[in-house]
Design a protein around this ligand. Structure first.
Ligand SMILES: *[C@@H]1O[C@H](CO)[C@@H](O)[C@H](O)[C@H]1NC(C)=O
Length: 585
């Protein structure tokens, strides 16, 4: 079995590097440094380095790319970032990645003065990474004065998304001050949920530094979030029970069902406040009828729950479910008859409305609470699938929320020349608005893109060339497919008729789709999956495994012959140094 495993591992890196050499994929972000076995050791020998090990064939790496690019850019712009970022391409330098114990992509490792410190284990969100980086940075000006921080062993997996219920009747953090907890008060307080607790020891240096910040945080979170602390010198057993293994340690307690989450981000006031805001964000707010127009003008999307004042059960249900939103969009409630009248809602009923695109007259979507309960899952699904505006610009800031939205929407993408972007954006908004009013379906998001800024991505992904703009495609990113003709077989035009025809064709899958990956990429992904499958079935199905190995070899052989053929026709690509291309995904 061992033999077999090493056997199947052999051809793949070879194959992958062949593929890479030929296709010269846009794998490198604009300014990111890419290290090789030749310069890795000497480069990371000095200072703090955070290295992303990636493969151009891994979907997660591509999704992560804009975040990485942003981090690189931030780092570049900082006066004294105290940390360096770089990448290693494991498809080309598999041996280097094996040496670094890389066992999944993308994997980010932290090195200090050439020594491996730890692997980043939190989720790959920009904010989390940003705080992680600043926590480990050692700006030149101070690094020599500080004792070298020991890597914390409990380092950082955020276990569960907090989803406690913040009770609305209770006045939260009424005095805006830090609540000191002990054995007697601890349990009662955390059971209520929505408590951010600092475990500390009075003698510890980092705790002393954090103390004034914690006090300020409590002030800023008045009426929003309980900010508490436990002195572990006086209440040692409590701290041991809570698994406190170092000082200071910060936990967020979400309430009975939600458990606790360790906070491992940066400890600056700004970073802590951002985290606390996120936690306290979903708390539902009452909305006055008179304030409604302002709210709609201020936000692209808001949710409004209309309920009879006796229906507190529904308010609680919605509040609880809304924690999946982490504060965006804002959720308001009202029992005001003026709202009922304005939207012609029968007085005794409860309904959740979504308002989008600054349109206060007609809700874009509604969720009606009937006697037959629709259940929490339906509610959560509704909340998640209506949170996007009907139309928006697609760029590296919005890419994730649109293309990887949990409800897997279709994205109508209008690639516009830079100088026409505003005019085209307006047209897209109009067309999106008409779609919303006639069909109302949230499974379509209308977007526009700066075709010059994202030209290589648009070309690579959807074959859009910059000389035939505007061009329109409809993409389902979760399947990596797109459509570029309408139901008449014509190239999609920037008109409601053409776009609606294509959208309906795409929704019903009656028009032909294209793959947004090329054949080599798809094959590589396919082989990757096969290898995983193979590894898991080696033990239980030796005969089947043998069959797979043979099939695999045949496929590999076929790829090689193809590549050689490709190579001779596209020899101008071979030997190109990796091109510097802007990536969005
Ligand atoms: C996009 O593809 C996924 C399958 O991966 C499918 O579940 C989803 O319904 C598609 N989206 C639309 C809007 O058709």
């Amino acid at each position: 079995m061992k033999l077999l495993a090493s056997f199947v591992q052999l051809p793949f890196p070879l194959l992958a590097s062949m593929i890479l050499a030929v296709t010269a994929l846009p794998v490198e972000s604009a300014q990111s440094t890419v290290l090789t076995p030749d310069d890795f050791d000497q480069t990371v020998a000095k200072g703090v380095w955070f290295i992303e090990h990636f493969s151009p064939y891994c979907g997660h790496c591509r999704k992560f790319a804009p975040t990485w690019e942003k981090l690189v850019e931030d780092n570049h712009n900082a006066a004294d970032p105290g940390i360096h970022l770089a990448q290693v391409n494991c498809a080309v330098h598999g041996d280097l990645c094996v040496k670094h114990n890389v066992d999944g992509y993308p994997q980010m490792n932290l090195y200090r003065n050439g020594e491996y410190i730890e692997t980043y284990k939190q989720s790959r969100e920009y904010e989390l990474l940003k705080t992680y980086l600043s926590a480990h940075a050692e700006p030149n000006s101070v690094s020599s004065l500080l004792p070298s921080p020991t890597p914390s062993p409990q380092s950082s997996i955020v276990q569960s998304a907090p989803e406690g219920v913040l009770s609305m009747s209770r006045d939260i953090n009424p005095s805006g001050s830090v609540l000191a907890l002990d054995e007697k008060t601890f349990k009662g307080t955390i059971d209520q949920g929505g408590v951010f607790v600092k475990f500390f020891a009075p003698w510890c240096g980092h705790c002393k530094k954090l103390a004034p910040i914690w006090t300020q945080l409590a002030g800023q979170m008045q009426h929003k979030l309980t900010i508490a602390e436990v002195n572990c010198e006086e209440h040692g057993s409590l701290c041991r029970n809570e698994g406190v293994s170092g000082y200071p340690m910060l936990f967020y307690y979400g309430g009975n069902r939600a458990g606790k989450t360790e906070y491992t981000g940066g400890r600056g006031l700004g970073q802590l406040k951002a985290f606390a805001d996120k936690l306290s964000g979903p708390a539902v707010q009452e909305l006055n009828y008179d304030d409604f127009p302002t709210e709609v003008v201020d936000h692209l999307v808001i949710y409004l729950l209309l309920h009879p004042s006796s229906e507190s059960r529904i308010v609680n249900e919605v509040t609880e479910a809304s924690h999946v939103l982490f504060g965006a969009p804002s959720l308001y409630t009202s029992s005001s008859p003026s709202f009922y009248e304005h939207f012609s809602v029968p007085l005794a009923s409860s309904v959740l409305l979504a308002f989008k695109d600054h349109n206060a007259d007609t809700p874009a979507a509604s969720f009606i609470f009937s006697d037959t309960r629709r259940g929490r899952d339906a509610l959560v699904k509704w909340l998640l699938s209506n949170r996007l505006p009907t139309s928006m610009e697609l760029d590296s800031d919005t890419f994730q929320e649109v293309m990887n939205a949990p409800h897997k929407p279709l994205a109508v993408i209008v690639a516009a020349p830079s100088e026409q972007k505003d005019a085209i954006a307006k047209e897209v908004r109009d067309i999106g608005g008409r779609w919303r009013n006639s069909k109302g379906s949230p499974s379509v998001v209308f977007t526009w893109m700066d075709a010059e800024k994202w030209s290589s991505w648009l070309k690579g992904m959807y074959g859009i060339k910059s000389d035939a703009l505007p061009r329109i495609v409809i993409a389902n990113h979760s399947r990596l497919v797109y459509y570029d003709v309408d139901q008449f077989g014509e190239r999609i035009q920037l008109t409601p008729t053409s776009i609606f025809s294509a959208v309906i064709g795409a929704l019903q899958e009656t028009i032909p789709s294209k793959h947004s990956e090329n054949i080599v990429e798809r094959l590589a992904r396919y082989l990757n999956n096969k290898l995983v499958l193979l590894e898991s079935s080696v033990g239980s199905h030796p005969w089947l495994t043998g069959f797979f190995v043979v099939t695999l070899l045949v496929v590999i052989l076929w790829v090689f012959t193809r590549l050689i053929a490709d190579n001779s026709t596209e020899s101008s690509y071979a030997g190109n140094s990796p091109r510097k291309l802007r990536r969005i995904d």
